[in-house]
Design a protein around this ligand. Structure first.
Ligand code: C2E
Ligand code: MG
Ligand code: MG
Length: 734
């Protein structure tokens, strides 16, 4: 007979060998006895009762162990089953059919292995059984057992007093799964994580990300404590007030393996690692974020171009300075510095050079200050200097002078020598305000004054500037409205030929009848219109109205229209004039355009080109207010003017002042030499007319002849009066 394979034979043999224990040993005992005597019967009854009692307590014990949540098994000294509870049978459900009192655990295991109930034993059955039996008969540590259905059982076995074995079984499948997913989460997490012991802070485990991040090997790590990674001696985040505060992040500085100092946000959580109390630390490298945050903060507080503090930071610095000086009873001077005509640099040399100029200015300003002063760029061409430790206004004056001097030196930028002036407004604490905002505002008001007075100087804040600034803002809003509703209109003032007394033309002068303030002088609102850009609308309106009106006048009467330099910047002046002439039907030769010297200051080739183009149309170009501005004779050479208007300030002094006479005389002879018409402005008296006529001046304009009048009056005036011969001009005065 062929020998059967071991694996299949064994269980069979086992089953055959199962003798089982006599279920009722007491009954067997009585069956083997001889017929009982009375004494024997009593004894037998006693034994029966004792047995019944024993069975009862056995039942109780069984009931008790059955309600336990753990599996429990009692084995005798040979490792044979005595008793086991329901949970135990459930846990080993695949083998429970084999459990019987007296059956050896080893045998049930062998059958189980044969059925594949113990996956860990496959391929090394005998070895596994030997190890298992060793643990059974010399119990020590707990151990785990994996079953075929994937469950994991924790086995805890002890020897009992009679040499038997009591075994506990706990299903730790879920725990194991949790542990496995924790491991997975830990090992493969992209966030560097470290487990460190709570007591001595030794590093117990690190994940791959931590190894990569710090550059230490796993072995090196395990020799470290968490404090070795820490740059500064601070309480670890899980200790002290943060104990148990699991989700809170803690900022830490760490030294990375490559020596770099990095910022960390640490998330900590206490856990038991193995059997040690430990903390799991998730270490988020925030170095980049911190750096980006710092950059953002810097950008929010500094000017990108010059790197100087901006208005926000300046205000903070000022608050500090003001607080400090208040304690020391010192004064603080706030100097707001505005560059003069910075826009012209940008427009003519380009923004690249404009930027370089601003950086150059910032550098010079910076070099003028002491540590305890502050400097900021407020907006495109405005800077602020906060001068502390001031005792008298003179300290601020000398600072302002030094700043103006420093700025005035030429800047060499990309081969261009650029000169820029500046004006300064000064406000002082505590007299002009004791808080940053107010001081800055007042210094700004003083700056507007400095700019209006004459650029290149400084001006101190004075009470009342604020009210003036408010009035100026009101003019601005009202003017916008007036332009919008067409409330502005031209008035016309005659230009009279002094030899013949004939009216050669009229100058259109803008008038603004204000609903509350009555007639507002152009001297007041034209500068506002220029600052706000409204001048283009005003200028366009005046040109159209003047040409339309003049087209109705006699053919030999001209109209003169004033142009602001700003109208040349827009670039469409030429086409505006062409269109207006076309639409109004006014011949070009009857239009005169008055410009002032400031237009020629910039010596822009575009301006000259526009002037030449206008003149080529047949339009006449006049130089207005001659003698007041820079009065460079080169201006007269740079463009062939048709007319020069002598400013009224010279005419006023003409009779009494020989100097004024000399100047007027030379302007007249200059004009004659150049073949240019000379007109005297502001003629108010017969004496002036006579004097001008004697000098050979061609034309006069002034109150002596007439004030500016609305068009309706001009038409009737021209009809009834025709021409005027001196001294009939006086009749014109309203
Ligand atoms: P302007 O172009 O030199 O005009 C002459 C100014 O002198 C006018 O002042 C006129 O009313 C005034 N005037 C004329 N004769 C006499 C006189 O005998 N005595 C005195 N004291 N003054 C006299 P107005 O109309 O107040 O204009 C002031 C300035 O406003 C003008 O000076 C001109 O520069 C500007 N302006 C006026 N209208 C316009 C305009 O439509 N556009 C531009 N861009 N500027 C204008
Ligand atoms: Mg004029
Ligand atoms: Mg004038």
């Amino acid at each position: 007979m062929p020998k059967k394979p071991k694996a299949t034979r064994k269980p069979k043999q086992l089953i055959v060998r199962f003798p089982g224990r006599p279920a009722k040993p007491a009954a067997k005992l009585s069956a083997n006895r001889r017929p009982a005597t009375g004494e024997a019967v009593r004894k037998a009854a006693e034994v029966k009762a004792a047995l019944a009692e024993a069975r009862k307590s056995h039942e109780r014990l069984r009931e008790a162990i059955d309600i336990l949540p753990q599996g429990i098994v009692f084995l005798d000294a040979d490792g044979r089953y005595i008793l086991w509870n329901k949970k135990y049978a459930e846990m080993y459900s695949r083998s429970s059919d084999l459990f019987r009192p007296g059956v050896r655990l080893e045998d049930t295991i062998r059958v189980g292995i044969a059925r594949g109930d113990y996956p860990e034993a496959i391929g090394r059955e005998e070895e596994w059984i030997a190890a298992r039996l060793k643990k059974l008969f010399q119990p020590g540590e707990q151990h785990e057992q994996r079953l075929a259905d994937g469950r994991v059982i924790l086995i805890d076995e002890r020897l009992t007093g009679d040499g038997g074995i009591i075994g506990l079984r706990v299903d730790i499948t879920e725990l194991k799964q949790r542990e496995a997913s924790f491991r997975l989460l830990f090992d493969s997490n992209p966030v560097p994580m470290i487990v460190c012991a709570l007591g001595d802070e030794r590093i117990l485990a690190v994940n791959d990300a931590a190894i990569q991040h710090y550059g230490y090997s796993r072995g090196e790590f395990e020799k470290l404590t968490i404090r070795n990674l820490q740059a500064f001696d601070v309480e670890p985040p899980w200790a002290g007030e943060h104990a148990g505060d699991e989700r809170a992040a803690h900022a830490w500085k760490h030294v990375r393996g490559d020596g770099a100092l990095i910022d960390l946000a640490i998330y900590s959580r206490q856990l038991v690692y193995g059997d040690r109390p430990a903390v799991l630390l998730a270490l988020l490298d925030t170095t980049e974020r911190k750096r980006a945050e710092a950059r953002l903060t810097f950008m929010a507080q500094h000017d990108g171009l010059t790197g100087l503090p901006n208005r926000n930071l300046l205000r903070q610095q000022m608050d500090d300075i003001l607080l400090r000086t208040r304690r020391n009873a010192e004064k603080v001077a706030v100097l707001v510095l505005g560059l003069d005509h910075f826009k012209a640099v940008n427009d003519t040399l380009g923004h690249g050079i404009g930027d370089k100029l601003l950086r150059g200015v910032a550098k010079r300003l910076q070099s003028m200050l002491r540590e305890e002063d502050a400097l900021a760029r407020l907006n495109s061409d405005e800077f602020a200097v906060i001068q502390s430790g001031v005792t008298r206004p003179e300290d601020a004056i000398s600072m302002a002078r030094r700043l103006l001097d420093a700025i005035a030196d030429p800047y060499l930028l990309d081969g261009h020598s650029v000169v820029i002036g500046a004006s300064i407004g000064v406000a002082m604490s505590p007299s002009d305000g004791d808080e940053s905002e107010k001081l800055l505002k007042n210094a700004d008001l003083a700056l507007s004054r400095a700019k209006n007075d004459s650029r290149g100087t400084f001006s101190f804040f004075e009470a009342g500037m604020d009210a003036r600034a408010q009035a100026r803002r009101k003019i601005e809003t009202d003017l916008r409205e007036a332009v919008h509703t067409g409330a502005l209109r031209p008035y016309y003032q005659p230009l009279v030929d002094l030899a013949s007394g004939r009216i050669t033309g009229f100058e259109a002068l803008v008038r603004w009848p204000h609903p509350e303030r009555g007639m507002i002088s152009p001297a007041e609102f034209i500068p506002v219109a220029e600052e706000t850009g409204l001048i283009n609308a005003v200028g366009g309106l005046m040109l159209r109205r003047a040409c339309t009106d003049a087209a109705q006048w006699p053919d030999d009467v001209r109209v003169a229209v004033n142009l602001s330099p700003l109208q040349f910047r827009v670039g469409n002046l030429l086409s505006l004039v062409v269109e207006t002439l076309e639409q109004s039907g006014l011949p070009a030769k009857r239009l005169e355009l008055e410009i002032t010297e400031t237009l020629l200051l910039e010596k822009s080739s575009e301006v000259l080109a526009t002037l030449h183009a206008l003149r080529a149309l047949g339009v006449r170009i006049s130089m207005d207010d001659f003698g007041t501005g820079y009065s460079s004779l080169s201006y007269l050479r740079s463009f062939p003017f048709d007319k020069i208007k002598i400013d009224q300030s010279f005419v006023r002094d003409l009779v009494a002042n020989p100097d004024a006479q000399a100047i007027v005389r030379s302007i007249i002879s200059l004009g004659k030499g150049l073949g240019v018409t000379i007109t005297a402005e502001g003629v108010e008296s017969e004496a002036e007319v006579n004097c001008l006529r004697n000098e050979g001046c061609h034309e006069g304009q002034g109150f002596l002849f007439s004030r500016a009048r609305p068009n309706a009056e001009i038409v009737s005036l021209l009809k009834t009066q025709g021409n005027w011969s001196a001294p009939a001009g006086a009749a014109l005065v309203a």
